[in-house]
Design a protein around this ligand. Sequence first.
Ligand SMILES: *Cc1c(COP(=O)(O)O)cnc(C)c1O
Length: 395
Amino acid sequence: MPWRNELRAEQERRRRQQLWRTRPSINSPQGTRIKRDDRHLVNFCSNDYLGLANSPELIAAMAGAAHTWGVGSGASHMVCGHMASHHALEEELAAFVGAERAILFSTGYMANLAIPAAFLDRNDLVLEDRLNHASMIDAGLLSRAKMIRYQHCDIAQLKNLLRENTARRKMVMTDAVFSMDGDQAPIELLRGATARHGALLVLDAAHGFGVLGANGAGSLASLDQHPGRNVLMVGTLGKAAGSFGAFVAGDDIYIETLLQHARPYIYTTALPPAVAETTRVALRIIAKDSWRRETLSSHIRHFRSGAASLGLTLPASQTPIQPILLGDETSALEASRLLEEAGLMVTPIRPPTVPQGSSRLRITLSALHTVDDIDRLLESLGSSAFRRVSRAAKQ
Ligand SMILES: *Cc1c(COP(=O)(O)O)cnc(C)c1O
């Protein structure tokens, strides 16, 4: 068996390249205060942007729903696992984002994985932004369609690809808010280009849902638009919604096709009904508590102006994702370690999650951070030790 020696050599190579991954062990609920092993840290790396994951309302909702509905859903949606809780949540999600219909998935990864394979075959084409989330990249590969990745937000290149390809069906998939950079896709231009070429546009709103738009319905809502016609929206429920799961929203004809054909929908156990009930309550809080979005926006402005006065260059992100690009892996690890010494948790992000040479700290802000928390972070980013690391970093 050559297996063991080969695997050991691969693992050693990964360690040498500073790409070894470990899972921080968290000994507390999610929140802006978190316990890593025995250390209390201020958390700047969660996607719980609105601070709902450990909110008393959601805890009560889940506990109550477990008493009413039990724990497991027992089966897939097609068999006998599609419970009233799932159905009500689907209807509420559709109304929330202004779509004809929505379908619930167990995770955002599975929702994305489902889409190209459900609509496309080997005569078709899927175009993806270079910086798309791994789940969309995997989805394109899993479908039999030809996949081409265009340069980040390069609409001119996208238009050329749409024009010159004679595929039967064309699909364009993109993050609406890019998960590692926090910048936003040019939705109006994407809509225009896809509509002109009869392509289906799939917008992954994982990081915009709950955060962007007046009621938190996401990037489309922030432009006064909604999923429909040639646009499908993917939303995830484990980030700002503080719960778990995901959905795809759009016109009925597309959603029904997913229900009929999407293998990651059909061949898996439905979410626990209590999770669906919890998300229903989360939707009401998202709509009602506009203070969470307002606080978040004010934190984003405060952080960016503080970072600018320290001379740090941040990418153009108006979202809670505020990366500090370092470059090489060793510097990203060292920067993260320095922040941890100061009581702050910011995990480093390295390839293949981000492109080679763009290792970074991915700072995320929450509505439950205080201005003091952010000032503490800024102070550490301005420290001489941090400056030394960032100056030495190889971009
Ligand atoms: C997190 C994320 C997903 C996956 O969602 P899960 O529900 O965590 O599986 C999909 N797309 C993007 C852009 C994400 O950031």
